[in-house]
Write a new protein. Structure first.
Length: 728
């Protein structure tokens, strides 16, 4: 930084001072008690020497006024008086002695070996914010003491600030200072003095020093005075005489605006920047009214910075604590909900297992009742007589000689339908069905039979009767059915062209595999039993009697669906005989009753689904009916348990002794699946979870509101400017 001279009153005085400063000077007087050692520098009115105080052995500075003719002794006397009045202030260079009667006159001051703040700034590439604030605070404190004594410096600049050995600033050069009661103008240094100070008619004002303090702080931060540039300095210096130069300076300051807007450093905190801005306002009305106000602002900034960690902790601490609580609460909530859902799931599994077993037992009881019916009917003598009559019909013999494809209805078959020997058999079967329908009308738990029919030992359909509401379908009388599962008792139907001599009829009551009606597409099962000519042990087989029923007509399935739980019939037989590749065919499902047109395509469980269900794996189940039909009521996840249906077994041993109920009861491939909606079963858990979440959010909001309210009052209280404490 280049040295900036203080502006003097007249050009003549300035020129004369320059001429005098060029003349060689020597120390022409001895200072009592001081041993002069070296010349420190020269000025307009004399020179400054460094010496040693013989009494204290400390260095002092002695200022000689060699050019006495150019000295305004009145102003010099006032400067000395001001220094004397500030003698106890450690932020001001101390006056030690005065020799007005000596030739040349002199006064002795303490020597500050660190030099001026101006030189310090020149030697630094950059000054940290904290160091700049420390310098600024020290200068402001010293100036506040001066103002308290009624002394305005009026020429604040880095060159007039000296640094002691601890690098603490001291105010120096009070040559342009004024008392607060003075009305005489005092010019400062370009780019450091306030715009309104650059006027020969201006009266001293404390806000001049406020501007000078801001200019020093700006220089500490930016390395140069505000608005200072070679171009601006040249333009001002070339404006003409002193008044014109001062006018040019005022104009420049007003046009340039506040220099804080163009500050380059980005590490200046907002409070410090605001202090700097308010010091450098062009309009004095917008500046700090006094140096004490600057100290108050600095004090408030320091308090705010000291409170910052506590403020951050106070603001973010509850938030962090709340976040931690929220995280752990959420994890706890998830675990609790998962545990609760698992508990509900296990309970539903247990409930469904009981229900599935109950339904299976109910179905087994009904199957046993159908077994009893068909066995009872097969033993009726009248039925044996009617069948024997049909078997002796010549029309039936003609059917065997008229070989045609199975799908073709031959003339012999048509003739057999109206054969007088056969019609009584149809009438008898129809009469028996009406009897069971009457029972059903009186007791809804009674068996509901779909049809009764008789097949000859050669597999020919001899007679058939249907219950009300059942369709007779295509003509079946006289047609060959020996390949059917219900005739021969094997696991699968045989090919239709299988010769009759290769087919062996059943010898005991048999539950057939489920089959789909060709007209209604409903799934049915048939219970068949052999019919003998008489009750004798060696009686001839004269036919197979079959009873059919719709799977949906089991009494349990006739009831309406219970909430979200219902039973499903599944055929678990494998078409290829492989136990590992078997798939389940859904035979009866509540959704099937909702179809206006029954589906011809069967609904299948995958091998994995069927295997898991039969193994009792507690995995969630996807209903194929809901997936394939798109019925939302049956979509989603289900808790399902499967139970096989056992066939009725013998109740007595070969010796006639009674057997336990479970002995000789083989498992059929008819399976009962009881399923319950997982979403509905766990709905109370999720509703409770949502309630807990809402309550947690409400609690968190209340905590945030309370903390925010408390901090609002705390920050508001701390934001109030604390009164400045008395200076040391």
């Amino acid at each position: 930084m280049t040295h900036e001279p203080t502006q003097h009153q007249t050009d003549a005085e300035h020129d004369r001072s320059q001429q005098l400063s060029l003349q060689p000077t020597t120390a022409r007087a001895d200072v009592p008690g001081v041993q002069l050692s070296r010349l420190l520098g020269t000025g307009a009115y004399g020179e400054v020497w460094v010496g040693i105080d013989k009494k204290t052995n400390r260095q002092v500075a002695v200022k000689f006024f060699n050019h006495q003719s150019g000295v305004d002794w009145q102003l010099l006397s006032k400067e000395v008086e001001k220094l004397v009045s500030l003698a106890t202030e450690r932020h001001v260079v101390q006056l030690l002695d005065v020799g007005w009667e000596a030739d040349p006159p002199y006064y002795v001051m303490e020597f500050l070996e660190a030099g001026s703040l101006d030189r310090f700034i020149e030697n630094q590439e950059s000054i940290s914010i904290s160091d700049a604030v420390d310098f600024f605070h020290g200068i402001t404190t010293g100036l506040a003491h001066a103002h308290n004594k009624g002394i305005l410096h009026c020429d604040l600049k880095p060159a007039n600030i000296l640094l002691d050995s601890d690098r603490r600033p001291r105010l120096a050069d009070f040559g342009q200072s004024r008392l607060s009661t003075d009305q005489s103008p005092a010019l400062g240094t370009l780019f450091y003095m306030a715009p309104e100070q650059a006027d020969l008619n201006a009266s001293p004002d404390a806000r001049w020093d406020v501007y000078g303090l801001g200019a020093i702080l700006y220089t500490l931060l930016e390395g140069t005075a505000p608005h200072q540039s070679p171009e601006e300095l040249q333009r001002i210096e070339s404006a003409g005489n002193l008044e014109q130069r001062l006018l040019a300076y005022r104009t420049t300051m007003k046009q340039s605006g506040n220099p804080t807007d163009g500050i380059l450093r980005h590490d200046i905190d907002p409070p410090l920047k605001q202090i700097l801005r308010k010091c450098l306002e062009v309009d004095p009305q917008n500046r700090f009214a006094s140096v004490r106000d600057i100290l108050d602002a600095l004090h408030q900034r320091t308090r705010a910075r000291q409170r910052r960690p506590l403020t951050i902790l106070g603001i973010f601490g509850p938030l962090i604590l709340l976040a931690i609580m929220a995280i752990f609460s959420f994890l706890w909530y998830q675990q609790s909900v998962a545990d609760a859902e698992q508990a509900v799931r296990e309970r539903v599994y247990e409930s469904n297992a009981w229900v599935s077993r109950h339904v299976a037992l109910s179905v087994e009881d009904e199957i046993r009742s159908y077994y009893d019916i068909v066995e009872f009917e097969a033993k009726q003598a009248v039925l044996s007589q009617l069948i024997s009559t049909v078997l002796n019909s010549q029309v039936l013999a003609n059917i065997h000689t008229d070989q045609q494809p199975w799908e073709t209805i031959t003339p012999a078959q048509r003739q057999f339908v109206n054969d007088p020997h056969r019609i009584p058999l149809d009438q008898y079967l129809q009469k028996q069905i009406r009897t069971y329908e009457t029972r059903l009308a009186l007791d809804q738990s009674s068996p509901k039979i779909a049809s009764l029919f008789i097949v000859s030992p050669q597999g020919d359909m001899l007679g058939i009767a249907f219950s009300k509401g059942e369709s007779a379908g295509p003509q079946s009388i006289g047609r060959y059915y020996g390949f059917r599962n219900y005739f021969h008792g094997k696991a699968q139907d045989l090919p239709r062209d299988t010769p009759v001599d290769q087919v062996t009829p059943i010898v005991k009551t048999h539950l057939s595999r489920a089959f789909q009606s060709t007209t209604t597409y409903r799934w049915k099962i048939a219970i068949t039993t052999p019919v003998y000519e008489s009750a004798e042990p060696d009686a001839n087989l004269i036919g197979i009697m079959a009873l059919t029923l719709n799977l949906g007509d089991f009494s349990y399935l006739r009831n309406k669906r219970i909430e979200n739980q219902f039973a499903v019939f599944i055929d678990g037989r494998s078409d290829n005989g492989s136990a590992t590749q078997r798939t389940g065919t859904i035979l009866q499902h509540p959704a099937m009753d909702e179809f206006q047109t029954p589906s011809q395509r069967p609904f299948q469980l995958s091998t994995v689904q069927l295997t898991d269900l039969m193994a009792g794996t507690q995995s969630l189940y996807i209903d194929p009916v809901g997936e394939q039909t798109g019925l939302t009521e049956y979509q989603g996840q289900w808790i399902a348990v499967m139970e096989p249906v056992r066939l009725p077994g013998s109740t007595v041993s070969d010796s006639g002794a009674p057997l336990p109920s479970e002995v000789n009861r083989e498992r059929s491939d008819l399976l009962i699946l009881v399923q319950e909606s997982y979403q509905q079963a766990t709905l109370p858990i999720r509703e409770l979870g949502r309630k807990l979440i809402l309550e947690g959010i409400f609690a968190a909001a209340v905590i945030l509101i309370v903390v925010s309210t408390l901090w609002f009052f705390v920050i508001r209280k701390f934001s109030q400017t604390a009164p400045f404490q008395p200076l040391d």
